[in-house]
Design a protein around this ligand. Structure first.
Ligand SMILES: Nc1nc2c(c(=O)[nH]1)N[C@H]1C(S)=C(S)[C@@H](COP(=O)(O)O)O[C@H]1N2
Ligand SMILES: [Mo]
Length: 159
C-alpha cells in the first residue's frame, strides 16, 4: 500500500520532466519520426541575431529547419518543379497554432533568409512559454511565423 503511494507520487512528479519530442513527417505516407533534445543537439547549429516581437534583439541558436527535414530523410533536390514544388511544410505548436512554409523558403540554395528551429536564446534554453523549440525568422518583418512550442513538422502535398 505504502509502496503504491510512493510509486504514484513518483510517477506524478516525474510527469513534467517527460522528455519533449519533435514529430517529423517527410510525406503523408511516411511514418512519423520522433526527435529528442539529444537528436536535435547533434544536428548542425546556427546562431542568428534577430529582434523578437517585444523589440529586443537576441542571439538565437538552433537547427535550420531544412536540416531537421534532411535528417529524417527528406531530399530537397537540386531543382524543384512540378509536383515536388506543390509540397508544403506544416508547423504545429502545442497550443494548436499552425503555420505553413513553401519548400523554397527553407532551402538555402534558394534563399539566404534562414528559418531556424531555435533551441536557445542568448545561450540559455528557451523559456517554458517559448520552448523547448521555437521558429526564428530574422528576415521576416512580422512575427506570426515565429511559432512557439513547436511540436511537429510535417511535409504535405497541395491537392
Ligand atoms: N504557439 C504559438 N506561437 C505563436 C503564436 C501563438 O499564438 N501560438 N503567435 C504568433 C504571433 S502572431 C506573434 S506576433 C509572436 C509573438 O511572439 P512572442 O510571444 O514571443 O512575443 O508569436 C507567434 N507564435
Ligand atoms: Mo502577431
Amino acid at each position: 500500500m505504502k509502496s503504491a503511494l510512493l510509486l504514484s507520487l513518483f510517477v506524478f512528479f516525474s510527469l513534467p520532466l517527460a522528455a519533449a519530442e519533435l514529430t517529423v513527417k517527410i510525406s503523408p505516407e511516411a511514418a512519423a519520426v520522433k526527435l529528442s533534445h539529444e537528436d536535435l543537439d547533434l544536428l548542425p547549429q546556427q546562431t542568428v541575431k534577430a529582434t523578437e516581437h517585444g523589440g529586443e534583439e537576441a542571439a538565437w541558436t538552433g537547427v535550420p529547419l531544412y536540416q531537421v527535414l534532411q535528417q529524417v530523410g527528406f531530399q530537397f533536390g537540386d531543382s524543384m518543379r512540378g509536383k515536388a514544388l506543390a509540397q508544403y511544410v506544416l508547423i504545429t505548436a502545442s497550443d494548436g497554432y499552425r503555420a505553413v512554409f513553401a519548400l523554397p523558403e527553407l532551402d538555402p540554395r534558394c534563399t539566404n533568409d534562414p528559418v531556424i528551429l531555435a533551441l536557445a536564446r542568448n545561450n540559455e534554453p528557451l523559456s517554458k512559454e517559448q520552448g523547448p523549440w521555437r521558429l526564428v525568422l530574422p528576415a521576416e518583418k512580422r512575427h506570426f511565423r515565429w511559432v512557439r512550442q513547436v511540436v511537429s513538422v510535417e511535409v504535405r502535398r497541395a491537392e
